[in-house]
Write a protein that binds this ligand. Structure first.
Ligand code: AMP
Length: 401
């Protein structure tokens, strides 16, 4: 038995989950929020107990110290030596990583080099890595990349039609994101619905939450995905635009007198559900407003459903048909209304026979929401990116990563 830690370091947060492997037993999980503030929040869950403290967490190192101290203080582990590997989620692996890698000097150098592609997350990932390395010098460290699973795409699925020299010189192409989640969903579906045989399967995964992306998966490998150079591309999201005509940037900058940076910020933080509805980035609020007759909230829901449906249709063609459509993440797992709105857009063309009663009964659990005569199975599968990180940690310990 080995203990491994899955870590997701954001700019002002540090999520963690401690596992016992290979059982995949969760020993504890938690989050340090508001890092950099006097009123930071330390959270921990273990067994049926919860800890929440408000205290200064001025940097990631302090967050890691709080996590480590709590593991001992609450008797979750007896000694730090028990933790054999720390797996760090890294959003952008660029062209370098098609699978998880040991977080050594070379990996650090490459992640640093990739900062321009992900200025929002990459510095935080590096800070988290250093803080854990200092606290647990004996433990292995690995990096698990959101982009890695999408590296199996063919050039015609990832090249942008810009001058090719620019694509090459600046590594400007589609990388996608949420790869760890899409990989988990495909593996889980193949294990549970296709007898563990990946060959011949055609799966469309819809990871729709505050960030949303879809992937087309053939024989267990990703062939296309909706996010692009960054997680701004693809379908509309909580606050992000998703795909736009590139001239929208220039036009709106001219109209408003705002700079490219300011407009880019608006596309990332003030658009999507928030921008269209004017209500919230949280689809629960948008749904409630729509139920009360708010026309912009209604439009936001229809627009989202249409853009997700358009990608499903595109991937149906890309895969030469489909065997399963999977819904996951915050919206996909919990909202029967959104699932139904999306499926209504594609059911006729794709020959779906949706079990809308079953759909209504699924919130946060796994299950099929299609009838037996449906040409394509439709399922809801809760995603689990952390367990994928823990599995790779275990592989590292076994020497097979
Ligand atoms: P995630 O990023 O996967 O954690 O998804 C979080 C988002 O999922 C929230 O911001 C909401 O927009 C959405 N969400 C969560 N629960 C529900 C629900 N019951 N109904 C509709 N949307 C939900």
């Amino acid at each position: 038995m080995y203990k491994v830690m899955a870590v997701n370091a954001g700019s002002s947060s540090l999520k963690y989950k401690l596992y016992e492997m290979p059982e995949e037993k969760v020993l504890c999980s938690g989050n340090c929020e508001r890092i950099g503030h006097e009123d930071g929040i330390f959270g921990l869950k273990y067994g049926d107990k919860k800890v929440r403290e408000i205290l200064p967490i001025l940097d990631h190192a302090k967050g890691v110290e709080l996590v480590i101290d709590a593991l001992i203080k609450y008797g979750i582990i007896e000694s730090l030596e028990e933790i054999k590997c720390v797996g760090h989620r890294v959003v952008q692996g660029g062209k370098y990583f098609s699978k998880s890698a040991e977080f050594n000097e070379d990996t650090e150098k490459k992640v640093t080099e990739l900062i321009p592609l992900d200025p929002l997350h990459a510095p935080a990932h590096l800070t988290g890595f250093h803080a854990f390395k200092e606290a647990l010098p004996h433990a292995d460290a690995i990096a698990v990349f959101d982009t890695a699973y999408h590296q199996s795409m063919e050039p015609e699925d990832y090249v942008y039609p810009i001058p090719y020299e620019m694509s090459e010189k600046y590594d400007c192409r589609r990388y996608g994101a949420h790869g760890t989640s899409h990989n988990y969903l495909a593996d889980k579906a193949i294990a549970d619905y296709f007898g563990g045989k990946a060959e011949g399967t055609r799966i469309i995964t819809c990871h729709i939450g505050s960030g949303s992306s879809l992937a087309a998966i053939k024989d267990g490998k990703c062939v296309a995905t909706s996010m692009g150079l960054t997680p701004l591309g693809g379908v509309m999201m909580g606050t992000r635009t998703g795909d736009l005509d590139p001239s929208v940037m220039d036009y709106l900058c001219t109209c408003t007198g705002k700079s490219v940076d300011e407009m880019y910020d608006i596309f990332n933080k003030k658009s999507g559900f928030l921008g269209v509805s004017g209500v919230s980035n949280d689809t629960r609020d948008v749904e409630e407003a729509a139920n009360q007759g708010n026309e912009r909230a209604k439009l936001a829901i229809k627009l989202f459903a249409r853009t997700v449906a358009n990608f499903i249709a595109q991937y149906y063609v890309r895969l030469g048909g489909a065997d399963m459509i999977i819904f996951s993440a915050g919206i996909g797992e919990n909202s029967d209304t959104f699932r139904a709105a999306i499926l209504k857009n594609v059911e006729e063309a794709l020959g779906l026979s949706v079990d809308y009663e079953a759909n209504k009964g699924i919130h946060g659990t796994q299950g099929l929401i299609s009838k037996k005569d449906s040409k394509i199975m439709v399922s809801v599968i809760p995603t689990d990116e952390e367990v994928m990180i823990a599995r790779d940690c275990y592989k590292k310990i076994q020497g097979v990563l």
